[in-house]
Design a protein. Sequence first.
Length: 152
Amino acid sequence: MKKGPLTQDEIRHLKHRLDVLQSFNDVMADSRFTTSSGGSPEGRIYRGCKDGAIATCRALAERFGITMTSLNWQQLAPCTPTFRTLVNSCYVNATTGEVEALWEVLIAANRAVCHLEDKLIDHRVDEPTLQRAILLITSIAKWNMNEAALSF
């Protein structure tokens, strides 16, 4: 895990990752994707964007020093005070709801998205939770860019 301020070399990669997150929000704004069956082209696009957003949240969180491990994949453990403190040390404007959403999304990334043995296709993360986590990760990334005086 890399910590510290962003470098100019990281900006292109960061923009791409933020675009991946935005693609999930774009898909969520279009009922063709949100109401389609899982086997249709639209359903596959929706699931791909959701998986991509979950995995990207995990990658960006790790880049900014926010990590957690989920030992029990069968149930969602409550967000720990240690995790809340970690997130707040990275971004003081994080709301309780955003921190809890990020916790849920990181658990989903650690289990269903990144580990096939879990077999939880639905990830147990609903769309509003993922959108709150995306908002937080995006805010953290932009804050870090401002701190490093970098722009796209």
